[in-house]
Design a protein around this ligand. Structure first.
Ligand code: NAD
Ligand code: UDP
Length: 314
């Protein structure tokens, strides 16, 4: 039995990770300030004696009593519309939050895994993106609170590793979806499913020819845990390499839901990357990880989750 801290454990990916850790018999500290997380995601774990919720902002130092073996740092807003509304707390969660967590990891002799992002590649000039690509990021643009703070988080951890031998792991997560994405989250899959189910216009930003590669959450959680258990530091790409245009995604969601929603075209947000596809050969060859869930199958279970929710205010 390990003792594991999941920062951001009440969020979308974090709560699925807490589920698997508890299922495997580990003790879990879930640290979350509920910026975007929700008690709905963890309520079923609250009676478990091995699960402890700590309401706390990781940008403020904190202590955990006793042993700690592993720390997952997932505590950051992740939806562009949302992090652009709260740029300072987002930048701080990935910088000062990472600093506080690496200090905790050093003190406890624990391994820290940092959830970085495909955004670290910015508007990529290499396609698909390999970990060796340094990226093309606007350092002062509206996404920089997120992508540059993730890049800084990576750099800070490498510094702690080189100088203090901190046991760290860096993972670059590509667009991940599944049940517990909030309908009001603002990311593309949330928006399209909510709009399709409500019969509202489906909002395509730009011409919809930009691409993303979508990974189902159970595949992602398995990858995060395999990385944690490995000897690798990373950075390691985790994502599903099957690439779709946003128009293809909209039509797929329309077909699955049987929705009559029309597609409407809106202005493309500033600095919105035109393409994104992970090269996962390193995760596949070194960790033995690959995603199993096809987009259509994953969308079906995500849509079922959305159907049981109040779609407007959550
Ligand atoms: P999410 O918003 O559902 O989860 C983030 C969680 O962190 C929420 O519960 C939120 O309340 C909490 N949080 C935010 N700031 C905090 C702070 N300062 N202190 C404590 N808790 C805080 O998002 P998600 O999609 O589950 O993303 C989880 C992590 O994975 C994030 O770090 C994100 O940047 C990264 N990531 C996600 C994706 C994706 O497609 N989902 C892609 C790339 C990277
Ligand atoms: N997008 C869209 N309509 C929406 C929301 C997003 O066309 O209602 C597009 C967005 O412009 C981007 C892609 O979908 O090109 C993915 O956006 P998301 O916010 O999910 O995450 P990103 O990958 O940009 O971080």
């Amino acid at each position: 039995m390990k003792t594991v801290l999941v920062a951001g454990g009440a969020g979308f990916i974090g709560s699925h990770l807490c589920d698997v850790l508890i299922e495997q018999g580990h003790k879990v500290f879930c640290v979350d300030n509920f910026a975007t997380g929700h008690t709905n995601h963890i309520v079923h774990l609250m009676k478990n004696k091995h699960f402890k919720l700590i309401k706390h902002d990781v940008t403020k130092p904190f202590e955990i009593k006793g042993q700690l073996d592993e720390i997952y740092h997932l505590a950051s807003r992740a939806s562009p519309i949302d992090y652009q509304k709260f740029p300072t707390s987002t930048a701080l969660a990935n910088s000062i939050g990472t600093y506080n967590l690496v200090k905790l990891a050093l003190k406890k002799n624990a391994t820290l895994l940092f959830a970085s992002t495909s955004e670290a590649y910015g508007e990529p000039r290499e396609h698909p993106q390999k970990e060796s690509y340094w990226g093309n990021v606007n350092p002062v643009g509206i996404r920089s609170c997120y992508d540059e703070s993730k890049r800084f988080g990576e750099a800070l951890l490498m510094a702690y590793h080189r100088e203090m031998h901190a046991d760290i792991k860096i993972v670059r997560i590509f667009n991940t979806y599944g049940p517990r994405l909030r309908p009001g989250d603002g990311r593309v899959i949330s928006n399209f499913i909510r709009q399709a189910l409500l019969g509202e216009p489906i909002t395509i930003y730009g011409d919809g020819k930009q691409t993303r590669s979508f990974c189902y959450v159970s595949d992602m959680v398995r990858g995060l845990m395999m990385m944690m258990e490995s000897d690798y530091i990373g950075p390691k790409n985790l994502g599903n390499p099957k690439e779709f245009t946003i128009l293809q995604l909209a039509n797929l969601i329309k077909n699955i839901t049987g929705s009559k929603s029309e597609l409407v075209f809106k202005k493309l947000p500033e600095d919105d990357p035109t393409k994104r596809q992970p090269d996962i050969s390193s995760a596949r060859d070194l960790l033995g990880w690959k995603p199993d869930i096809e987009l259509e199958e994953g969308l079906k279970s995500t849509i079922e989750w959305f159907k049981i929710l109040p779609l407007i205010n959550y």
